[in-house]
Ligand binder design. Structure first.
Ligand SMILES: O=c1[nH]c(=O)c2[nH]c(=O)[nH]c2[nH]1
Length: 290
């Protein structure tokens, strides 16, 4: 038996970069967290300790800051692609780059004053390979949504441990994590990532609000299917939906009824509903989800 080096990658995780663009009195803000993972001719560094093929993670971090200055940060997907292409194209020993970016949103409060808005975070993960191919997955997490009616859950399996009463009118709440894969762009042409993000987010919210739900699984499928029906630049959607349970409080000890008005919002444990919705002719995903 011989021991071999399996898949590996290395890079700088969580480079926090805040880019201020000064437009006279009015400033614009981009607040991001960037992760770089590189792979390639890395046999030697693992086996003999030679660092000759290694671009230090410190240099990767510096590149993030230098690119933020030189090119600004527009759509996070564009910034990630710029970085990923740079690492692969400038370093012969780097054959593949993965760049992930999270963007935290700030609400404008004045020409140069901002307030952090909500909990929602925009995300992307980009891969670029030496053969010139790129994959782009965009996403969001912690988009917290709630329907106070229009949700049921009944007809489920009953075993000796089942105590859950069937529900014909319950609260449905979740914190959406969604990621969606873009159809590979021809050449260097890329979609309008900003518009695409806004539209996918709208589709997710409309499908959540507009689906009379018999389960969170059914809602998940409806959300993914809505995105695919409306957005031709997207071929696959992956969703993670924690079921943020809202339990009716028993008010009978106080002589009060509770006609779906007072709930206890539990934080754990929670059901976790995960699923992929994709076009049956979606092109091969390659490393997009790695
Ligand atoms: O929408 C739901 N799906 C489930 O699978 C499930 N299981 C559970 O206890 N409650 C719910 N709700």
């Amino acid at each position: 038996m011989t021991v071999v080096l399996g898949p590996n990658r290395y890079g700088k995780a969580e480079t926090r970069v805040v880019r201020v663009t000064r437009d006279g009195e009015v400033h614009h803000l981009k607040d991001c967290n960037v992760g770089v993972s590189l792979s390639g001719a890395m046999e030697d560094v693992h086996r003999s300790g030679s660092n000759a093929a290694v671009l230090p993670t410190d240099s990767q971090k510096n590149t993030v800051y230098a690119f933020a200055k030189k090119y600004g940060i527009g759509q996070i997907e564009e910034f990630a692609l710029l970085l990923a292409r740079h690492f692969v194209e400038s370093q012969p020993t780097i054959h593949h780059a993965r760049v992930v970016v999270e963007e935290y949103s700030w609400e404008r409060r004045g020409p140069h004053s901002f307030a952090r808005s909500g909990t929602e975070t925009r995300t992307c993960a980009v891969h670029h390979d030496r053969d010139g191919t790129s994959t782009v997955v965009s996403g969001l997490r912690d988009l917290v949504v709630l329907n106070s009616t229009g949700s049921e859950f009944h007809g489920f399996v009953q075993d000796e441990y089942t105590t859950l009463p069937p529900a014909t009118d319950r609260v449905l709440a979740t914190a959406v994590t969604a990621r969606w894969r873009h159809v590979p762009a021809a050449g260097q042409a890329q979609p309008d990532f900003g518009k695409s993000y806004d539209e996918v987010r709208r589709c997710l919210l409309e499908a959540f609000a507009g689906t009379h739900s018999l389960s969170l699984q059914q809602t998940l499928f409806a959300m993914g299917a809505r995105v695919l029906a409306e957005r031709e630049e997207i071929c696959e959607v992956r969703l993670e939906l924690p079921n943020k349970h809202h339990f009716l409080v028993d008010l009978s000890p106080f002589g009060l009824d509770n006609d779906n008005e007072v709930y206890f919002a539990a934080d754990r444990p929670y059901g976790l509903i995960e699923g992929t919705v994709l076009n049956d002719d979606a092109p091969d995903a390659g490393p997009a989800w790695d």
